[in-house]
Design a protein around this ligand. Structure first.
Ligand code: FAD
Length: 505
């Protein structure tokens, strides 16, 4: 049994890489295990970090809570703002716009899910209010307002769910201070060699440019796209998803704010990709994600600058990526996290979440007694499932387009999609049903908003939605809208909220 599971105490953890992934893993493990683990983190200032990740999803709030970092402190230190949604412009058709907002939409009115009642109201009157009239986050976005609230006006309507926009490099420094405060030892240096054990190919140690050799029991590869350990040393292999998500490049640059600091991310489709605008306290982050087969780097950079709302604050910076996942994110005694584990474009701001979730999973499945193959397989299975569900949700935005104005969009509209996604689209189109699979990241409300926003309108609604007399249905729906609008009207503006709570000096 000992041999089969390689049963040895695992105490020395070596993390390679000090980007968001490296410091988040270090901080979470150090907080959870304290002195029972000896954690070293190696990073190279010369190589630097990608450091673009600025938009997050609501689960990010657990990180601060777990690490004991107050929200106001986190947002002040990272020049953060509030994020309630992503606004998608020009995705379905040019001129079209919808949001994927984090809060629930409506509330249960009977035995059928809310969307069936709403679908009935639209079928009976095509001018009836749209889906987003029933979402407090969507209404707050439209009014540029924000206040945290658990529910709406004492009703069963759930309130605001929110995430952050922040400066990833500053957030990383905050995580670093927290991790070092809990005993993590940082070493500045470049890893130049990785020594593998002869018998089983496990990583024994890494060697730095300085000549220092660092041995370890568990190695966490957070070295970014290069995957220094997982790929460079262990040759784990990579599964490409580029046939479904063909964008392979990004060009990024900060700019001054054009005006309002919006409580949402904007993702505006372009001729062969899309452009983000993310408001931070001191600037706006802009990035154009594109497919280099359909648009040149120079054209992509020109588009980026043209769409900025204020003057650029730095020259555009180019990045290349390859969408996909490592064949195994945990191989032998090496776990890859962050960009080293795989990449899905930031359309729904999922990368930081995927690393947070993976670090949490590592914590839960920590191999303290050695590397049991069943544990490793389970970790790999869960991570892959999470990546695939995220991938499918992103593909939906491209596939469900009515645009045919460029070769890129024509390709997206006609491409084959993964079987699971095709099944979900078909089911929703025919019946109005959408189900959450297992513990998947995106909620029913998320799927619903993107389906409807992209123009996938169900052919029918649930018969139980017809059981309610029309006058009663109209009254229920009107009441929800009134509650939502009253709650939003009572909120301060997003800018006022920032000033009051976490404006950086
Ligand atoms: P990196 O930031 O690349 O860090 C790698 C680390 O490894 C560095 O410290 C480097 O010094 C070190 N290293 C590498 N080689 C060596 C070596 N030989 N020796 C020593 N150290 C070494 N995520 C979101 O959640 N939201 C977003 O809005 C978002 N936007 C993005 C936009 C783009 C265009 C891209 C590409 C990514 C975006 N992401 C986003 C993802 C996010 O940027 C990354 O997930 C995040 O930066 C974490 O990266 P990382 O820590 O894995 O790698």
């Amino acid at each position: 049994m000992g041999n089969q599971t390689n049963e040895l105490p695992v105490r020395r953890v070596v993390i390679v890489g000090g980007g968001t992934a490296g410091w988040m893993t270090a901080a979470l493990l150090a907080k959870a295990f304290g002195p029972r683990l000896s954690i070293r983190l190696v990073e190279s200032d010369e190589i630097g970090i990608v450091g673009v990740g600025e938009a997050t999803i609501p689960q990010i709030r657990h990180v601060g809570r777990f690490l004991g970092i107050a929200e106001d402190e986190l947002l002040r230190a990272s020049r953060g703002t509030i994020k309630l949604a992503v606004q998608f412009n020009d995705w379905r058709r040019i001129g079209d716009s919808y949001v994927h907002a984090f809060s629930d939409v409506g509330l249960p009115l009977g035995l059928a899910a809310f969307q069936h009642y709403w679908l009935r109201s639209r079928r009976e009157d095509p001018r009836a209010p749209d889906l987003w009239a029933y979402s407090i986050c969507a209404r707050a976005c439209a009014a540029n307002r924000f206040a945290p609230m658990e529910n709406v006006g004492g009703s069963p309507l759930t309130g605001i769910r929110y995430a952050y926009h922040f400066d990833a490099a500053r957030f990383g420094r905050l995580l670093r201070r927290n991790a070092e405060g809990n005993g993590v030892v940082r070493t500045e240096g470049k890893v130049v060699d990785v020594a593998l054990r002869g018998d089983d190919g496990f990583i024994e140690s890494i060697r730095l440019h300085s000549g220092e050799v660092i041995p370890g029991d568990l190695f966490v590869d957070c070295s970014g796209f290069r995957g220094l350990l997982i790929e460079g040393a262990l040759k784990t292999g990579y599964e490409s998803w580029q046939h479904w998500l063909p964008c392979d490049s990004a060009v990024v640059a900060p700019s001054e704010h054009g005006g309002t600091i919006r409580p949402y991310t904007q993702a505006s489709a372009q001729q062969a990709g899309w452009q983000w605008r993310i408001p931070l306290q001191h600037l706006a982050s802009n990035g154009h994600v594109y497919c280099s087969r359909f648009v040149s780097d120079d054209e992509a950079a020109a588009t980026l600058v043209r769409n900025m709302e204020g003057p650029a604050l730095a020259a555009p910076r180019q990045l290349r990526f390859h969408t996909g996942i490592r064949n195994k994110v945990w191989n032998r005694n090496c776990v890859a996290l962050g960009l080293a584990s795989g990449f899905i474009e930031p359309l729904e701001s999922t990368s930081i979440h995927l690393m947070q979730s993976a670090a949490g999973r590592l914590l839960t499945m920590f191999p303290d007694r050695g590397f049991d193959p069943a544990l490793v397989d389970e970790y790999n299975r869960q991570t892959r499932a999470e990546y695939e569900q995220t991938r499918d949700f992103i593909i939906l935005h491209y596939k469900a387009t009515e645009r045919d104005d460029t070769p890129f969009w024509r390709r997206c509209a006609t491409m084959d999609v993964p079987e699971g996604l095709a099944r979900r689209i078909g089911l929703f189109r025919r019946t109005g049903h959408v189900f959450r699979e297992g513990e998947e990241l995106f909620t029913l409300m998320g799927w619903l908003q993107v389906f409807i926003g992209q123009g996938i309108v169900p052919e029918r609604h649930h018969p139980l939605a017809d059981a309610l007399p029309k006058a009663q249905l109209d009254e229920f729906l009107a009441n929800i809208r009134t509650l939502v609008d009253r709650a939003v009207a009572a909120m301060p503006t997003h800018a006022e909220y920032i000033d009051r709570h976490f404006k950086a000096a």
